[in-house]
Write a new protein. Structure first.
Length: 205
């Protein structure tokens, strides 16, 4: 699978605050090895492959899924317009598996339910705590935001336009999405310096 290769450490940019964090391919694999329940795997895979916020995953409903187009309609609320995100083949498979194991007690048309308290809807805090446990078990530093950032960084590294990433993430301003370009530029610089060091060593002038 095509995943990013940058560190999850925070990088600072003059005038722009902390840049987004992303997980490396190895870190993503370490994390998902620890995630066994179908519901949890589908939940976090939607963040990684679709760039969904925790709140968007928690409030995801069955009628928001377009299986024919392999897409999901996201209603962000607060007066913002709906957006449409597409779902990767592995996330579609994981979501289908999750729904075949969907307990009868899940309230309404919610996709994900509260396993410990069946009568209550799944909360943002519960999802964040799940991530903390899985990250700790994997021996890495990761959060739900890390998966969203990894999604955006991966797209950028594959040449996706900033405007497109903005739509996928549901950013109100393109300035928010442009922060990922600064991360990508740093990667380009690091690759240049690493390659040039070898070139200079091999052909001193």
């Amino acid at each position: 699978m095509s995943l990013g290769i940058r560190s999850n450490r925070v990088t600072w940019c003059a005038g722009g605050g902390p840049l987004p964090k992303a997980l490396s391919q190895a870190q993503v694999q370490q994390l998902f090895v620890q995630i066994h329940p179908p519901m949890d795997k589908a939940l976090f895979l939607l963040m990684l492959r679709c760039g969904l916020r925790v709140s968007e995953v928690v409030h995801l409903t069955l009628d928001a899924i377009d299986w024919t187009q392999q897409a999901i309609r996201i209603d962000p609320g607060k007066g913002r317009k709906d957006r449409r995100v597409y779902v990767s083949p592995d996330a579609v498979t994981s979501l289908q598996t999750c729904l075949t194991h969907r307990p009868a007690h899940v309230p309404g048309t919610a996709v994900f339910g509260n396993q410990k308290r069946p009568q209550r809807p799944l909360s943002i805090t519960a999802v964040q705590k799940k991530m903390e446990r899985y990250a700790q078990a994997a021996g890495i530093i990761a959060s739900c935001h890390s998966l969203r950032h990894t999604f955006a960084s991966n797209l950028l590294e594959q040449g996706t336009e900033i405007v497109t990433i903005k739509e996928f993430l549901g950013h109100a301003s393109i300035a928010s999405s442009e922060r990922y370009a600064r991360v990508s530029n740093q990667k380009v610089k690091q690759e240049y310096l690493r390659s040039m060091q070898k070139i200079v060593h091999q052909s001193k002038v």
